[in-house]
Ligand binder design. Structure first.
Ligand code: 1GP
Length: 247
């Protein structure tokens, strides 16, 4: 309950959290060390770890390297039920509620449940919602689902409401890694007005301005991956902007 409580406390106190997404496939020893050092210096709140398509078997070693070098919590953001390791602190136990692919609504979860339980890591039950970000993303292709249109905030709000009524305790609105457009603020706002659970927002956020816009619309956790891979200094810029909002 440690990380869930941390997120709930931040939500209750209107403190925004910044999560840096690490794709284990895309880092090597040196670049990972760099991200960890920057993350510690910039007081990043969380590391999310995972990817829709992993081609290397390095999830565990990357999680171990992060844990060995800092105290920032590592939260698995799995692309499928196989991406589980006890080296992490917690897992976003995702159900892809924006889609109608039964395998990602409940199938992968059934297969992963015993491994997750055995690992002992904290489980964060999460309603995962893909929102159209203006381009086909790996996640929409791999998940074989249609994202919610970005100009349909009502659909997003009703989806999140249904997820909350089913007992999900965190909602992740994702435009997909490398999305052309980040999630529109009116859609985030609409979801915010209809559920009380914390909201994670990511996909296509490339600037402090975009991160702040999402915060102001009601996001509790901002996730950035792709843009930081391209320009590591952005980690500092976005962390500073989010901390300023919290000050
Ligand atoms: C993707 O929300 C995350 O699932 C982060 O997206 O890589 O575009 O920042 P980016």
């Amino acid at each position: 309950m440690k990380i869930k409580q941390h997120i709930l406390d931040a939500h209750a106190n209107n403190k925004k959290l910044f999560a840096v997404l690490i794709d284990p496939d895309k880092v090597d020893n040196a670049s990972l060390t760099g991200i960890i050092e920057r993350g510690v210096a910039a007081k990043v709140d969380l590391f999310f770890l995972g990817g829709s398509l992993l081609t290397k078997d390095v999830l565990e070693s990357v999680a171990q390297q992060i844990k060995a070098n800092c105290t920032i919590p590592v939260i698995l953001f799995p692309g499928n039920g196989m991406q589980v390791t006890a080296a992490a602190d917690a897992i976003l136990f995702l159900s892809l509620i924006s889609g109608r692919n039964p395998d990602l609504l409940i199938g992968q979860q059934v297969q992963a449940a015993p491994m997750v339980k055995q690992s002992g890591i904290e489980v964060l039950s999460t309603g995962y919602m893909l929102i159209d970000g203006g381009t086909a993303t790996t996640v929409s292709y791999i998940s074989n689902t249609m994202p919610i249109p970005a100009n349909k905030p009502d659909i997003a709000a009703c989806t999140a409401m249904a997820g909350e009524m089913l007992g999900l305790s965190l909602f992740y609105l994702d435009a997909g890694s490398g999305a052309k457009e980040a999630i529109p603020t009116n859609l985030i706002q609409k979801v915010r007005n209809h559920i009380s659970a914390p909201i994670v927002v990511g996909g296509g956020i490339r600037s402090a301005e975009a991160a702040l816009a999402a915060c102001n619309a009601g996001a509790d956790i901002i996730v950035v991956g792709n843009a930081i891979e391209k320009d590591p200094s952005l980690l500092n810029t976005i962390a500073a902007a989010i901390h300023q909002v919290n000050a």
